[in-house]
Every structure is written in C-alpha cells, then in structure tokens.
Design a protein around this ligand. Structure first.
Ligand SMILES: [Cu+2]
Length: 353
C-alpha cells in the first residue's frame, strides 16, 4: 500500500514539473532562440559524435587491459581447443567489423552534417552497391554458421559403441548434483522420479528390480573422472530446468525434467596437472590474496585450492548460485581405486532393508 502511494506521489510530482516547464516556456518572450539547428549546432554535434567514437574505442582498450585475463584459461578436454578456436574467430571477426564500421558511421555523420545552402543529394538506388553489401555479410555469416555446425557435430560425440566410453548420469535437483556411475556392466539401471524413496536413501529413484541397477554407484559429493577416457554424461532433472556447466572442459548441457539429455568429452588434464598451470596459479594467488585481506578483517575464510567444478548455469531458484559439485580428474588407477571403495546401489539397498 505504501509503495502504491509513493508511486502515485512520484507520478503527480512528475506531472507538476512537466506542467511548470510548459508554463515557463510559454511565458518566455520569443527571442533569437530557434528550434531549427544552425551551422554551429550541427558542427558541435558532429564533434560530439567524434568524441563518442573516441570514448567507445578507449572503453574497448580499457576493458581489454582491465579484464582481458578473465577469459577461460587452458581447456582441459579433448575438444576444448576446437571450441576455443570457434569462439576466438567469431570474436575477432565481430571486433574487426565493429572497429571499421563505427569509424565510418561517425565520420560520415560529421562529413554530411547540415550546412546552410547545402542540399541533400537525391540518390534512389545503386544495384551494384546493394549487391556488395548484401553478399559480403551473407558469405561471412554462412561461413561462420557452417564452421559452427561442423565444430558442434564434431564435439557432440555421444556414440556409445566408439572409444570405450564410461557412462555417468548427472542428476540435478534444487540445489545439488548427484552422479551415478553405470558400474561394471557400464549400463545405467532404469530410474524414475516416482521410485524415489527417501527412507531407503534412494534419492535418484533408481529401479531396484532392474538387474542393470545393482552395480550402479551413486556419488553424492564428488564427480571423479579418469583422464584420457571418453565420458558420456546422461543428464536428468528432478524438478526444474538446470544446466550442467563444466567451464574448464568447455561443456554445457541443459537438464530437463522428463527427459534425458547427453553430452560427452574426454578429460585431458588431471586436477594435479591443472594446479600447476600458470593461469590457474595466478588465479589462485589472486583469490587467496583477497581472502587473506578478509581474514585480516576478522572474517573466517579458508585459503582456496583449485578444483574443477560442475556448476548449474540456469537460474533455478534461490540457492542456484551455490549448486555445484567438485570434479576430480585423476589417473585411471586412482579412479578405479576410488570407484572400488564406493558402495554399489545393490549394497546400499541391502543395507537399508
Ligand atoms: Cu540449478
């Protein structure tokens, strides 16, 4: 109610100001001031446009200098550099065209500013010019789109028969992730939200009667991946749209309630190796410096060590910002040892009886 009253008062004040300026204008004796721009006005506006051009160029240079290092660093998956190339070429092209067209736009606005006695030339059309400025964008955009499609089909490698992939389910719910490994048979058991039984800790709704489900392994805290082996992720969502985002691996796929979406990649750099990466080390140092400052102010924050991370990249509710899971990429033997130590779904259900 108070908000409504405040809005009404603000609207009334705005109307009052508007009416007062009108009265003020009417009361002015007609002077030299004309609504029509003269040569001097046009010249001033031309220079102001040049000023704006310089401003956007300086802003661009400043942004590169200040935030240029905030881009994603070394890609940690096999398709990562292909993805980065596509991104870089698209950006470079947009940047190049933007620099040239902005300069031309502002220059011509200045050159053909209004001047007394100068009359605009009536120029109906020019087929040749129109052809040129249509065909160049058509070819460029078609090239970019084809290159994008080629990259996409190349990295959408979800063929289960090829390259001995390991099958992992990513299960999204407000506001956490769970991972289910397909186990020894490398086949995920059936699952359905209707089969969720909290009493038995069957939080993913895995079908107990499905023989494929017995050896499945559910991890609630960490996602372990073996380096150099293709992983096929099958994503499910329990409630709303989520998006499984693994920035270091250049991977993202929506998780949609009622259907299974897929994405696959091959991790190429272990967590240990990535911790030694120059870009990552700089980032860690910078964050730990900020945290040390906060500690000095009496805040209780630990220093940070780099880990790969699975994030949610769809605004899915109030705790969306904290919907994440640690990813550990390790050598195949370490991975197998970790997997070995986990309880299978069958064991978990037997223990819950
Ligand atoms: Cu989410």
């Amino acid at each position: 109610m108070t908000a409504l009253l405040i809005i009404i008062v603000l609207v009334l004040v705005a109307i009052a100001i508007w009416q007062m300026t009108k009265i003020f204008e009417l009361s002015q004796v007609k002077s030299e001031k004309s609504e029509v721009a003269n040569d001097q006005d046009n010249k001033l506006n031309g220079y102001l446009m040049f000023g704006f051009l310089v401003f956007i160029y300086l802003l661009t240079i400043f942004s590169f200098w200040k935030w240029g290092d905030k881009v994603l660093g070394t890609p940690a998956s096999a398709h990562g550099s292909e993805y980065d190339n596509l991104m870089f070429i698209s950006f470079a092209l947009i940047f190049f065209v933007q620099i040239i067209t902005q300069a031309l736009l502002h220059y011509f606005a200045f050159k053909y500013r209004g001047e007394k006695g100068k009359k605009a030339l009536f120029y109906a059309d020019n087929d040749k010019l129109e052809f040129i400025w249509t065909i160049i964008p058509v070819i460029t955009l078609a090239g970019l789109i084809l290159y994008g499609l080629y990259t996409w089909t190349n990295l959408m490698d979800i063929d289960e028969e090829e390259g001995d992939p390991i099958i992992i389910e990513l299960y999204a719910q407000q506001f956490n992730w769970k991972a289910r490994y397909a186990g020894e048979d490398n086949v995920l058991g059936g699952a359905n939200v209707r089969l969720i039984e909290i009493d038995k800790n069957n939080v993913l709704g895995v079908d107990e009667s499905d023989p494929y489900a017995k050896d499945d392994i559910i991890s609630q805290t960490e996602l372990h991946l073996p380096v150099g082996r293709k992983v096929i992720f099958k994503m499910r969502s329990q409630d709303v749209l989520h998006s499984a985002y693994m920035p270091h691996f250049r991977a993202q796929m929506n998780c949609v309630p009622g259907m299974i979406t897929q994405f696959s990649f091959t991790p190429t750099i272990t967590t240990q190796e990535m911790r030694a990466d120059k870009g990552i080390q700089d980032k860690v140092q910078n964050i730990n410096k900020l945290r040390a400052d906060r500690r000095a102010n009496g805040e209780d924050v630990d220093s940070w060590e780099f880990d790969y991370v699975l994030l949610c990249n769809k605004i899915c509710g109030s705790s969306h910002y904290n919907m994440q899971m640690k990813i550990v990429v390790e050598e195949e033997e370490e991975f197998n040892a970790w997997l070995e130590a986990q309880q299978t779904f069958g064991e978990q259900m037997a223990a819950a009886q």
